[in-house]
Each structure stands twice: as C-alpha cells, then as structure tokens.
Design a protein around this ligand. Structure first.
Ligand code: ADP
Ligand code: MG
Length: 316
C-alpha cells in the first residue's frame, strides 16, 4: 500500500492542527462565526465501518509467519495493548501467533501475567548469545495458539552492546528466522523510541502497524516515524511496508477526537484501518488481570474491535 506523500501531508496536518490546538491552549474561542473545519456532524469512525471485510479463511497448515511490528516512538499510544489483543483475536481465527516483547519495560510480558524481573533468560539472551535460541526463552500463554517471547530490563543493555556487532541491525531478524515456519503471525511490540532496537524490529518485519492515539500531539511524530520506515526499507529491508495506521483511544463524544481522526483519514486515506479502538477503562483492567480483553470481557466493544482489526489485518 502506497503512502507516498504521507510524511509531507502529516507535517501540514500537524501545522494546521497545531494552530487550532494552540488556540485552545491559549483559551481563545474560534474566530467569530468560524465553523470548526473538521467537526463533522457524523462520527467519522462510524461512517467508514460500512465497508465489509471478508471472513478469514480457515487454515489447513501453518506458517511461514508474517512478521508485524507495532511501532510508534511515542509511549502510551496503545502498542502493547494492541499487540496482546490483536494477537489473541488472531488465534480466534485459528492463527498461530508469537508475541515478541521488544521493550525493556516488559509491559507485554506483564500484560500476559508474566513477572519479567523473575526470568533468567529473555529475548536479550537470544540477541546477545548465539547459543540461546528463541525456543529456550519461549513461554506458552493462557491463550491456546499464542506464545510469548518475554523481555525485561536486561534488554536496555542490548541497545549499547549491539552497536559494536557486525550487522547489528539484522540481529533480531537472524534470531527470529528459525521460528517463522511454526507461526502464522509474529507481532513485535516495539519500545517507544526509534533507536537500534526498533530498527532491528523493522528490519525483521514484513510490515508495520502504527497505533495512533486520537490526540492532537500524537500526530507530530508520525512524519518522523514514516521517514524511519522508509529509510529501513531502502537500506536494510526492501520487504517492509505499512500494513496500516490504527486509531486508538478514540472518543467519539469529543469534537477533538473526531477532528483528529478525520484529519488522519484525510492525510492517509485507506492506510488507516476502518477499525477504530475506542477509549475504555476495560483496557487498563485487562493489564491488571494479565489477560487479553477477548477473554477478560469477550463480548465487550473492545474485544469486538480487536476481532474486527484481526480480520482487516488478515485481509491486507
Ligand atoms: P504503549 O505500549 O504504546 O506505551 P499501552 O498499550 O501500554 O501503550 O497503553 C498505555 C496505557 O493506556 C495503558 O495503561 C493501557 O491500559 C491504556 N490503554 C490502551 N488502550 C486503551 C484504550 N483503548 N482505552 C483506554 N485505555 C487504553
Ligand atoms: Mg508498550
């Protein structure tokens, strides 16, 4: 899917929105009689959902996996939440899924009930020691068909240690290769930075899902992220492409949420998934419960949204 011009448009979009936001921050009203430009009467997220996405075909055999990096250098935008819940939803369609925690914070591991600081070996050891394979650190989750490669604070040292390695950007791709035949999808939960670990994730990936919080300030970093993805594609990984931009923490009740979403769609068109993840307290609850929303609250709108996202991802 082409997103050429996306970076440029994002800059414009941010600049425009920045003016409006600055006005709000200053507490100024809109200029007299000025209609809010993108405050739609209709919820723009609902408008797009009329398109139908085909039901995923059942699989007769598994693998080789598509590798998807969930990436945004901004923290708190829903990367980890989306990794867990998209992964769990994909297993409901019979897919075998490997989740890879690639953030030293270990939030993905925690979100699946694992205490990362108690682990002897994690993805860090797989990266740094050729004698340790993914199989050695892999954990089964409570979701049948979904496995986890955990991470903990040890991984923060890898960023520094990898700098002196030969082909340092390909370290994760090399480590991941033997596992690909066993899974249909590998989801990599990236850390909130564009450093060497994230470049490793992008080099190992076929595609990127960009979770984007429906808040004005989330738009500012997207141009830089897309530049990074394009550089990795040119220099390291020609397969890499953007699977889609996922609007998260959407609140249709606020003009601001609707505006931001409408601008994202204006700029990125069909790269934006039709599925939108709404803001709900059910997600923080699932972190405490240590399980995906698809099992914690199976009929909640959050669970249904991640199932719809899984269908879209499988159709792309
Ligand atoms: P990231 O991995 O990008 O840092 P997280 O997935 O950890 O982001 O989400 C940040 C926080 O927001 C977490 O506490 C999470 O539970 C919460 N959260 C994520 N998605 C939603 C949502 N749709 N509605 C409300 N809270 C959410
Ligand atoms: Mg995270």
């Amino acid at each position: 899917m082409s997103i050429s011009g996306g970076a440029e448009e994002t800059t414009l979009l941010a600049t425009d929105d920045m003016r409006a936001a600055a006005r709000r921050v200053r507490g100024e009203a809109r200029e007299d009689g000025e209609e809010p430009r993108t405050a739609r009467a209709v919820d723009p997220a609902v408008q797009r959902q009329s398109r139908t996405v085909p039901e995923p075909e059942p699989l007769k055999s598994h693998g080789p996996a598509r590798v998807v990096a969930l990436c945004n250098q901004k923290g708190g935008v829903g990367k980890t939440t989306s990794t867990i819940n998209l992964g769990a939803a994909l297993t409901e369609y019979g897919r075998r899924v490997l989740l890879l925690d690639f953030d030293p914070q270990g939030a993905l591991s925690v979100g699946l009930g694992v205490q990362p600081h108690q682990l002897d070996r994690t993805v860090y050891d797989v990266l740094m020691e050729s004698s340790v394979s993914l199989d050695d650190v892999l954990l089964k989750t409570n979701i049948p068909g979904m496995d986890l490669v955990p991470s903990n604070i040890d991984l923060s040292a890898a960023e520094v240690q990898l700098v002196n390695e030969v082909a340092r950007e390909q370290t994760l791709a090399r480590a991941l290769a033997p596992a690909l035949p066993d899974y249909d999808l590998v989801l990599i939960d990236c850390q909130p930075s564009l450093g060497l670990l994230t470049v490793n994730a992008l080099t190992a990936a076929d595609e990127v899902v960009i979770p984007l919080e429906c808040e004005f300030f989330s738009l500012r970093g997207v141009a830089l992220l897309i530049d990074t993805i394009e550089k990795v594609r040119e220099r390291l990984n020609p397969r890499l492409h953007i699977a889609g931009i996922l609007a998260t923490m959407y609140d249709a009740r606020t003009v601001h949420g609707r505006e931001v979403f409408a601008r994202v769609v204006e700029a990125f068109g069909d790269t934006v998934f039709d599925t939108v993840i709404t803001r709900t307290v059910r997600f923080p609850e699932t972190t405490v419960a240590g399980e995906p929303i698809t099992t914690w609250a199976p009929s909640s709108s959050g669970a249904q949204q991640y199932r719809a996202l899984a269908k879209e991802v499988l159709a792309r």
